[in-house]
Design a protein around this ligand. Structure first.
Ligand code: PRP
Length: 182
């Protein structure tokens, strides 16, 4: 698996150190608010579990799985809910936890949808942000982010290529020959 990586972009130690900082910050901002922490499967799962363990406050956990229609072009910005939350977020302070913001369509859709369900507030927390890839007209910004990264095919720490590499403990750049051959 490691042979398919051309470069370690963010090391395991850098990720873990940054998550400790983010956890402290978010826990301070949400002290006494019992935030509803929403994990967007699957990519965010590693980040989510480490982040929540770095937050020494009362909170609740819930999970959603979504998929974008027309993933290759993402022209529509439509998002399909494959698994919905199992608890109500009405009057709750919601933090959506994502692994990456790319075009921004997924989170734009999700923040609107969860707002319509009567959340008291909604914020977005992402490990990675690729601002260079934001689609025209998308103004969404992360309230909390770990790292801004340049455009490039990144995998690891939850992020996949064809469902592989999610279990790498770091964020790496995939060798172009891996995805160009498919
Ligand atoms: C990825 C990522 C975000 C979304 C970001 O999910 O986890 O949900 O794409 O892209 P966007 O900003 O262009 O909308 P993906 O659909 O690959 O599913 P996964 O998390 O299960 O890998």
């Amino acid at each position: 698996m490691e042979n398919d990586i051309s470069k370690v972009l963010i090391s395991q130690e850098e990720i873990q150190n940054r998550i400790q900082e983010m956890g402290r910050q978010i826990a301070w901002d949400y002290r006494g608010k019992n935030p509803a922490m929403v994990c967007i499967l699957k990519g965010a799962v590693m980040f989510y579990t480490d982040l929540l363990r770095a937050m020494p406050i009362q909170l609740t956990m819930d999970f959603m799985a979504v998929s974008s229609y027309g993933k290759s072009t993402k022209s529509s910005g439509e998002v399909e809910i494959r698994k919905d939350l199992s608890t109500s977020i009405e009057n709750r302070h919601v933090i959506i936890v994502e692994d990456i913001i790319d075009s921004g369509f997924t989170l734009t859709y999700l923040t609107r949808m969860l707002a319509a369900r009567g959340a008291a507030s909604i914020k977005v927390c992402t490990l990675l942000d690729k601002p260079a890839r934001r689609a025209p007209g998308i103004t969404l910004k992360a309230d909390y982010f770990g790292f801004e990264i340049p455009d490039g095919f990144v995998v690891g720490y939850g992020l996949d290529y064809a469902e592989a590499y999610r279990n790498l403990p770091y964020i790496g750049l995939l060798k172009p020959e891996i995805y160009e051959n498919h």
